[in-house]
Design a protein around this ligand. Structure first.
Ligand code: HEC
Length: 219
């Protein structure tokens, strides 16, 4: 059973590079933290306008599909110059080194690492990325701890099921592979129904280190 679980997890991790990192992401926690911390300013509404998360937050841009998207790209939203400039950088010019690089990326896109960094301090992140001490972003909010930012980023990625950072590029793909190879102990978090739902979203299921993970999942 353990082996089966490990195999399932391996597949999951390889299919979900956007969220892979040294720290594991808890999508369910990301969802509740998003509801708590982000919906006053952001909505997640799909192309048809259907609201999938949040209510009517309009102070910030719609975050549907934000992972894999160019920063500052929602039409009709009045972004800061700084975030637009960040989106126009070639990935290699991102001084934080957190944007995914490689042939697939002509410009910076939001992926796991840069989103996690941005969420913890948007203006400092943009200053560092642009190497401009006077850069000023418009998002006046900081996620206090890294694990929460990781969880929220993984949750946002569930709305971008097709986005993948190619293997071997930065942005987490390498970490995912290493982790999948070495970490046979990883298991689904508790809540089989939850795991199933997330699997359907194409590999966004979250995992834990397995130390306290339940063995009572869908084995
Ligand atoms: C007080 C309002 C406010 C809160 C709370 C807030 N944001 Fe924002 N957010 C903004 C604004 C305004 C922008 C546009 C930033 C700019 O133009 O520099 C933004 C931009 C973003 C972007 C970049 C979007 C893009 O299209 O490039 C992401 C990602 C993001 N926010 C995620 C979050 C998440 C996740 C949370 C919850 C942890 C959150 N924000 C909380 C106001 C907020």
């Amino acid at each position: 059973m353990r082996l089966l679980t490990a195999l399932a997890t391996t597949t999951t991790l390889l299919a979900a590079p956007a969220m892979a990192q040294d720290m594991e992401a808890d999508v369910a926690n990301g969802e509740s933290e998003f509801a708590r911390q982000c919906v006053s300013c952001h909505v997640i509404a799909d192309e048809s306008g259907e609201v999938l998360a949040g209510r009517a937050g309009r102070i910030g841009p719609n975050l549907h599909g934000v992972i894999g998207r160019q920063p500052g790209a929602v039409e009709d939203f009045r972004y800061s110059d700084a975030i637009v400039a960040y989106g126009e950088l070639a990935p290699g010019d991102d001084m934080t080194g957190t944007a995914p690089t490689g042939d697939d990326f002509e410009n910076v896109v939001w992926a796991h690492d840069n989103t996690v960094a941005y969420l913890q301090d948007p203006t400092s992140f943009l200053r560092e990325a642009l190497d401009d001490e006077r850069a000023r972003g418009k998002m006046a909010y900081k996620v206090r701890d890294e694990q929460t930012a990781i969880d929220i980023s993984a949750y946002l990625a569930t709305f971008s099921p097709d986005f993948e950072v190619p293997e071997g590029e930065s942005g987490g793909a390498e970490d995912a592979e290493t982790e999948a190879e070495t970490d046979g102990e990883a298991e689904m978090t508790d809540g089989a129904a939850e795991a199933d739902a997330e699997m359907e979203m194409d590999g966004e299921a979250d995992t834990t280190e397995g130390d306290d993970a339940s063995d009572d999942t869908a084995n």
